[in-house]
Design a protein around this ligand. Sequence first.
Ligand code: FE
Length: 141
Amino acid sequence: MEKYQCRCQYVYDPALGDPSQGIPPGTPFEDLPDSWICPMCGAKKAFFMKMEGMPTSEEGHPPIKVKVKCFSTMVKADACDYKGSTDYEMPEGSTVHDLIEKLSLPLEAVKIIFVNHREAETDTVLKDGDQVAFSPVTGAM
Ligand code: FE
């Protein structure tokens, strides 16, 4: 049976049903009553999309892809460059801090972070397709 995902990321799994609304395990999405709503956000069935063929990582979420550029002394030949951006795959929900750790960049040396050309913080959550840049000094861009 197919899983369906809500606009809010909630996944209806037919194998589990939805006990909170009296839906027994083994109920296909198609058989849910029209009065059924997303238990997370209250959206109607129309806001759900079939998860067929969606890539999943071991966490059950599709990984996101980000492009990374580094400037000046942040440049590491094997991690990131200033000439072109380097692609990285991260688990959904990763932050800039997670990315810095993945790249083994010295956190204390990262002075400015740009996400999509806007200044960001280390706790900024990354999204698929984001362009991230690290700079060690003010005014380098
Ligand atoms: Fe929802």
